[in-house]
Design a binder for this molecule. Sequence first.
Ligand code: NAP
Length: 254
Amino acid sequence: MSVIELASGHAMPLLGLGTWQLRGDECTRVVQMALEMGYRHLDTAYNYKNQVEVARGLQASGIERGEVFVTTKIWPDALQYEQVHRQFAECVEQLATDYVDLLLVHWPNEAVPLAETLKAFDEIAASGRARSIGVSNFSPALIDEAREVASAPIVNNQIELHVGNVDTALLEHCRAHKVAVTAYRPLAKGDAADDAVLAAIGERYGKSAAQVALRWLVQQGIVAIPKASSQGHLRANMDIFDWALDAEQMQRLG
Ligand SMILES: NC(=O)c1ccc[n+]([C@@H]2O[C@H](COP(=O)([O-])OP(=O)(O)OC[C@H]3O[C@@H](n4cnc5c(N)ncnc54)[C@H](OP(=O)(O)O)[C@@H]3O)[C@@H](O)[C@H]2O)c1
């Protein structure tokens, strides 16, 4: 699995499994299947209400915890100092782990000072229970504020990003400050699979429109976390690393 290096020095796999809306036994089964297939990165959140099932899938796969990059997120109604600590403790308990690889602020909440939230994040990072910390759905101005008040590096901004939905200024800002970008909804909730331009490009490589959409992201060093629930989709989404789009195609899609 291809990885990028985060500003914290840790490696993050460029492809992960998004788990939003995966619940119950289906979640456990899909996580297990993905890990057995070679996925090494799981994206969950307190708010997804599936961390117990994600942990069950990991355990059922027999793959060592240390082999898998696990991201979770603190919901915006719990960004007060004490609340962060409380919700994070619940996350690691539900995930049946001592640590997460990446802890994110799920969405900003202007009612809570970022300094207060990130003080708790810093403490969690310093204790080793989060290997890296970051944010999600943050603007350039909020990223600057987070970088200013946090002691640990803000290594990641998880944002909605897919072909046809690109915020170039935000991407450039992240790049300039070594904030890796994770693209959520990288398949536009599945709509990318029906995109005629992506399909036409894919035909030349024997790949699907969805695979082109994901390749376009990872080829830019952007982490992609497609959610998939069938074996076919999981496998297709992994098959994006041994071929490349040409410069003209990359530019056309961007
Ligand atoms: N930080 C945030 O605020 C935030 C917000 C939203 C999402 N996220 C994260 O991002 C992840 C992904 O986003 P998302 O779930 O909204 O949307 P997505 O990954 O863009 O799309 C998921 C949809 O695409 C379909 N699909 C997957 N692989 C496919 C393929 N190869 N060909 C055709 N269709 C395919 C899936 O169908 P099947 O299920 O039938 O396979 C599902 O319906 C989430 O699961 C979550 O982890 C984060």
